[in-house]
Structures are given as structure tokens and as C-alpha cells.
Design a protein around this ligand. Structure first.
Ligand SMILES: [Mg+2]
Ligand SMILES: [Zn+2]
Length: 190
């Protein structure tokens, strides 16, 4: 799952904890991911670090708070990964042409290695085309949500995309509800 615009309100750069707000359905959505037998992993670009808008420690603070909010609602995040880099803005070490800035696959490759993910059976859910590209770059499927930038992406850009989303949903919870769960997928194959 993408973070801003997918799990939390898209407000521009989240440069203070007070600007981070989960959508009302996000805890339910993650709990459903847990129950469906998937691992719940967040992958997010936070180039505001490279740009000098906020320190990397703030990203960690926000992710700790996000994880705590999930746990309070009985939902579990199995991993939270972020890219603090930008290829051309800021200073080293954050200014770099990294392999982890979405849609490059570095964050998902790391998650797959650390959490033993099967990317070919995974989904990426996000509000931007880059999230779909990320999915396809690792052989996963991509779901586009209409929250955040999603509606604008669909209205003004999607007609030009050579490949369309594998799933389009109003929001994260609907996307999760419509993705077949892992145990069911196993039964079909058995
Ligand atoms: Mg987003
Ligand atoms: Zn990076």
C-alpha cells in the first residue's frame, strides 16, 4: 500500500505529525488485509527529506504513530518502507539516483527479501500511476484508488496509459474487499 492519498489524506508534504490523518476506513482495510492472509506493507516516497522540508526522524515518528493507530484498531502493518531520496534536489546522502524511489522497485525488493513476499501474487494499491508502475515493475498487480490523486489520474491521464489498472476502486477498503483473498486463491489452485 501507498501511504499518502491511499492510507492517509493527501495533504501535500506531511511536515508535521499534526498533518498526518488516516482515512476513516484505513484501519478496517488493513485488518481485512491481515485476515485475508496477505502481508500488509506500506511503501512511500518521502522526498521532502531530500528537499530539506523535514527531517528523516519525522518520517519515522509518523510511521510509529501510524503503526500504533493500526494496532489500537486490531490491524497489523507487517512492514513500512520509505524512500527519502530525490535524484536532483538537496544534498548527499539524500540527493541520489536511488533504486528505491517509486516506481523503481527497491522498496518492494527489500520488503520481499525481509518478509519473504511473493511479489507475483502481491498487489500494490495506490492513488498514482507510479504506484501501478511499481506493481508492474516487480510483476505484481496494481490497484488504483480514487482517493488522493486517484480521481484526477483517472480523469486526465488514464486514457493515455498503455496499460490500465488491474483494479480500480473508490478507496482502499473497497480495493481490499475486491482483491481475492490468499486462502481462496490457494483453494482454487489446489
Ligand atoms: Mg499517494
Ligand atoms: Zn530512494
Amino acid at each position: 500500500m501507498d501511504r499518502d492519498g491511499t492510507l492517509s489524506h493527501e495533504v501535500g508534504y506531511v511536515n508535521h505529525p499534526s498533518r498526518f490523518r488516516l482515512y476513516s476506513y484505513s484501519v478496517d482495510a488493513v485488518r481485512l488485509v491481515n485476515q485475508a492472509g496477505f502481508l500488509a506493507v506500506v511503501v512511500t516516497n518521502q522526498a521532502g527529506v531530500a528537499r530539506g522540508y523535514f527531517p528523516e526522524s519525522l518520517v519515522r515518528t509518523i510511521h510509529d504513530a501510524m503503526t500504533a493507530l493500526m494496532e489500537a484498531g486490531g490491524a497489523r502493518l507487517d512492514g513500512v518502507y520509505y524512500c527519502p531520496h530525490h535524484p536532483s534536489v538537496g544534498e548527499a546522502p539524500y540527493r541520489q539516483d536511488c533504486d528505491c524511489r517509486k516506481p523503481r522497485p527497491g522498496l518492494l525488493r527489500r520488503a520481499a527479501a525481509e518478509l519473504d513476499l511473493d511479489l507475483a501474487r502481491s498487489w500494490v494499491i495506490g492513488d498514482r500511476h507510479g504506484d501501478l508502475q511499481l506493481a508492474w515493475n516487480v510483476g505484481a498487480r496494481g490497484a488504483l484508488v480514487k482517493s488522493g490523486y486517484g480521481l484526477g489520474e483517472l480523469a486526465y491521464h488514464a486514457p493515455k496509459w498503455p496499460r490500465q489498472p488491474d483494479l480500480t476502486a473508490e478507496h482502499l477498503l473497497e480495493a481490499v474487499r475486491r482483491i481475492p483473498d490468499r486462502s481462496a486463491a490457494k483453494e482454487v489452485r489446489a
